[in-house]
Design a protein around this ligand. Sequence first.
Ligand SMILES: *Cc1c(COP(=O)(O)O)cnc(C)c1O
Length: 363
Amino acid sequence: MSVEKLQITLSEFKKAKPDVDHLEFGTQFTDHMFVMDYSSETGWHDARIVPYQPITLDPACMVFHYGQTVFEGLKAYLTADGEVLLFRPEKNMARLNQSNERLCIPPVNEEFVIYALKRLIQIDREWIPAKEEMSLYIRPFVISTEPYLGVAPSKHFKLIIIMSPVGSYYKSGVNPVKILVENDYVRAVAGGTGTAKTGGNYAASLKAQEVAAAKGYSQVLWLDGIEKNYIEEVGSMNIFFIIDGEAVTPALNGSILEGVTRNSVIQLLKHWDIPVSERRISIKEIFELHEEGKVTEAFGTGTAAVISPVGELNWKDKTIVLNGGKTGEISQKLYTTITGIQKGSLPDVLEWTQKADEGLLVK
Ligand SMILES: *Cc1c(COP(=O)(O)O)cnc(C)c1O
């Protein structure tokens, strides 16, 4: 779809902006949204930016029944110079299409969607909180909209992008969390939908999360679905361990979601000459290596928190404490560096950011 095909209808009024000091994640949305429709006859069409509004759907729409849907999550940042930066948006769009492929959703034109997103950001630019560590969270998603109760891929879809201002994930500095290793429920298995960013994976994860929260843990550590032995992910983040000076993360095995932050952390560690190993790693091995004093740090990686250090890990009633329950040196350095690059306050050594007005016809 070409750039001229993007229709824009501006809102007649602007909503009051939220108080940035009391932002709650995902509760407030900007004045506009992007929408594009798909039908098997016309392909993706009718790309438009419109005032943020509810959508009306037939109750028979397939998304409500069989969950044929995918989503993405990324952020836009305002720099001290008043420039808007996007962090590796091409990775998110490529992953959107990988998720689409798995869920039998037709691919979108990645470049066009990035263009439309940049226009949307330009229109709602005033919504990006200026403060340190604050950003605009961007949520693209696709839903199946054919009204049909038969089980088959939908012939109609909608891609929508909504945006929400978010505050700092850490209110008082990076904070390690307590993690419960999950022995009963599993998030995903190879051959399933674990490698796709789709709502069903999240629906499947809620029960374990609820049980862990009731026991006082922030998140669960997911093990593989077959042997319940190998480490997969932590909550909805990828996981890393620092073992004897080497960074170790589970290899992409067909059930792990490949995070953009995971990829960025691997690249940055290599750039710093810290060895990285992507391999199979069992929970037993972690507990044994910890006993030998070799596991010095553990942390989750994802767009929301960037780096989320693990302070404590509980597995079958045994608890290990990592780095004295404090944020480790490598975890902190990764956090500071990545957030600095995102905010434009540190050199973009690996060329990850894009200016949000780059390539726009209207400046
Ligand atoms: C989104 C997600 C991640 C993190 O991906 P990022 O691109 O780094 O935000 C990790 N695991 C799961 C299951 C996810 O859904």
